[in-house]
Design a protein around this ligand. Structure first.
Ligand SMILES: [Fe+2]
Length: 240
């Protein structure tokens, strides 16, 4: 079992997006995470244009509250701030106005696209993020049709400086066999940098990591498994 396990994509902050809606739900979610060996969680509430998104101050306050919840319940988790940004063309303005939170306040930004966005738009998102002086981390790449069709495109984006995240459930086949096979291809080529649960609740879309950690440990080298499970997150996001 890996010494550390970072869930770097989850929606555990209560009542700020379509994830947890209450501290009671958040508690059940973080209990599952701790029981499955997770040691660090980066809370990444959605940030979408024209929505009532949580401000960095709100994210910071809720992260502190969830940290206290973990401490009070003896879960031993470290809760860190972040956001999952749905790419939009005037992101620069929002960034300049300090409206969203990067991964643990580092220069890495978790960014997502619509599943059927064309490759040109995904590339623009990567370039736009880089133009802000940030490194893009592409959320759940297995969801994007253009990247599904061609794993070489994932490699190309990675060569351009993007980092790649897949969801734990996708890796272990809970999103279908085709998705599992696709993720396996990416793994074989060592194109994956992070895994996250993208948890939204404690029943469906719960923060399960154990099965994925075991899968990684059986499929790839110990060194690469550790990178995906925590070393990359520690190094890039400045954890600890
Ligand atoms: Fe998400």
């Amino acid at each position: 079992m890996s010494k550390f396990q970072v869930d770097m994509h989850c929606h555990i902050l209560p009542a700020v997006d379509d994830g947890s809606q209450s501290m009671e739900t958040t508690l059940k979610m973080i209990q599952i995470a701790a029981a499955e060996g997770t040691t660090h969680m980066i809370a990444t509430p959605h940030y979408k244009k024209d929505r009532h998104n949580a401000s960095p101050e709100t994210v910071k306050r809720l992260v502190a509250e969830v940290q206290k919840l973990s401490d009070d319940n003896g879960l031993g988790l470290t809760i860190l701030p972040g956001n999952e940004i749905m790419y939009f063309s005037d992101m620069e303005e929002a960034f300049d106005a300090g409206k969203f939170t990067t991964m643990n306040n580092s220069d890495y930004l978790l960014i997502e696209f619509y599943p059927d966005d064309d490759y040109a738009r995904i590339k623009r998102g990567v370039e736009m993020t880089q133009s802000l002086g940030l490194h893009p981390v592409l959320a759940h790449v297995e969801r994007f049709a253009e990247l599904r069709k061609d794993p070489n495109k994932v490699e190309e984006l990675r060569n351009r400086g993007a980092l790649i995240q897949v969801n734990a459930a996708s890796m272990v086949g809970e999103q279908g066999f085709g998705t599992k096979q696709y993720v396996k291809k990416l793994l074989k080529r060592e194109l994956i940098d992070f895994v996250g649960t993208d948890a939204h609740h404690y029943e469906s879309r719960a923060p399960h990591m154990e099965k994925c950690a075991k899968y990684l440990e059986s499929k790839v080298s110990a060194e690469y498994a550790e990178k995906i499970l925590y070393r990359n997150a520690f190094e890039y996001f400045g954890i600890r």
